[in-house]
Design a protein around this ligand. Structure first.
Ligand SMILES: *Cc1c(COP(=O)(O)O)cnc(C)c1O
Length: 392
């Protein structure tokens, strides 16, 4: 008999009932150190007082009105994002995959209205992840995500990661956009080198397509900058955001320049829930903290300390780990032992980590994790590595 919850996930046998900062408490009382943060969602950890306050205050006033009316919290959050980024305009969604849907629609509509309706094709990259909607799986294109779901949304080209010649050859007069994650998350914590992102921007400027960045996982302070592309000193035309922006409340956004967003006039797109008062009250509370340069500088300092300790861990367990990679607090341990074994071994040490493709162990702690918690995490990872190594 099928489970009452559609069994699309292989779940760990854990039932968390409470969260406190970087800690998750199991129903039986065990305290787990959380280096997954709900897959980079709980950017400020669990039950952050400012977020709880924003949510409960808004919950007592007004939950939902729909986008038939002005929503002051939504306008405030849009203003904050416009103020802090390249963007001139923002549309709010409930998830990353909905942000992908709009990013694709926006790029196509831009060229439709610009008198180049043949520009519909989106160039995307192998190993990428853009969500589970029809556009999201077509954009990622992997067999694992698309098998059995055809016919797929047409108009996507997939290129190998880092093949510059293939990219130059693939752009033509039908290309609407290049879509890429500045740091691949699900694909195995693979950062795009700064010069490659600069090269993509130049290529788009030269040849016409829009640059869409998927910062759903790497954005909102995760890399130690508010958005990951800031490291390369270039700006996209369209950017997808979700995960960390809601700190655990479902919230996503598409940010765009005036030029890229101008074709999305009244009636061209919508969302019943997107940007509702509850979600945006929390989003504002997240942005107030995360967009502060002093907070981001602390993230960079914590990330540096964590990375250094992880390098030591890799050196101590050359049979288990191969290398550390990533950016800021979006870190990956490339494994020699099967990453799934390490995830299980970490659970035995009351530690939550997340697997990714390419046999990588993902470490995505809350951005406000303390130095003591980082040290504790490394101690537990060390114990997990020892147990995996002795069972090989
Ligand atoms: C998680 C993720 C998405 C999809 O977001 P959902 O909120 O799960 O729909 C899209 N792109 C990237 C890079 C992601 O990490």
């Amino acid at each position: 008999m099928i489970a009452s919850v559609l069994p699309t996930y292989n779940r760990a046998p854990l039932n968390f009932v409470k969260g406190e900062g970087a800690w998750l408490i199991e129903a039986d009382g065990r305290r787990f150190l959380d280096l997954g943060a709900g897959i980079a969602v709980n950017a400020l950890g669990h039950a952050h007082p400012a977020l709880v306050e924003a949510l409960t205050t808004q919950a007592q006033a007004l939950w939902h009105t729909s986008n038939l009316y002005h929503i002051p919290q939504q306008e405030e959050l849009a203003d904050r994002l416009v103020e802090a980024t390249f963007a001139d305009t923002v549309f709010f969604t409930n998830s990353g995959t909905e942000a992908c849907e709009l990013a694709v629609k926006m790029a196509r509509r831009h060229f439709h209205d610009a008198g180049q309706p043949e520009r519909t094709r989106i160039i995307a990259f192998e190993g990428s992840f853009h969500g589970r909607s029809a556009a999201g799986i077509a954009a990622a294109g992997s067999e694992k995500m698309t098998a059995g779901f055809g016919p797929l949304l047409p108009g996507f080209t997939h290129l190998p990661w880092g093949d510059h010649d293939a990219l130059r050859a693939a752009i033509d007069d039908t290309t609407a956009a290049i879509l890429i994650e500045p740091v691949q998350g699900e694909g195995g914590i693979r950062p795009l080198p700064d010069q490659c992102l600069k090269g993509l921007r130049d290529l788009c400027d030269e040849r016409g397509p829009l640059l869409i960045l998927d910062e759903v996982q790497c954005g909102v302070g995760r890399t130690g900058r508010l958005f990951a592309h800031e490291w390369a000193g270039v700006e996209p035309d369209i950017m997808m955001v979700a995960k960390g922006i809601g700190g655990g409340f479902p919230l996503g956004a598409v940010l765009a320049t005036e030029r890229a967003g101008a074709a999305m006039t009244a009636g061209t797109h919508g969302s019943t829930y997107g940007g509702n008062p509850l979600a945006c009250a929390v989003g504002n509370a997240v942005m107030k903290i995360v967009a502060d340069p002093a907070f981001l500088s602390d993230v960079r300092a914590r990330a540096g300390a964590f990375r250094q300790k992880l390098e030591g861990l890799v050196a101590a367990h050359p049979d288990v780990f191969e290398a550390v990679r990533g950016s800021g607090l979006m870190l990956g341990l490339k494994c020699r032992a099967p990453n799934a074994d390490l995830v299980t071994a970490a659970y035995a040490q009351n530690l939550c980590v997340v697997p990714a493709a390419d046999n990588v162990l993902r470490l995505l702690p809350p951005l406000n994790i303390t130095a003591e918690e980082i040290a504790e995490a490394v101690t537990r990872l060390d114990a997990a590595a020892k147990s995996v190594s002795s069972s090989c």
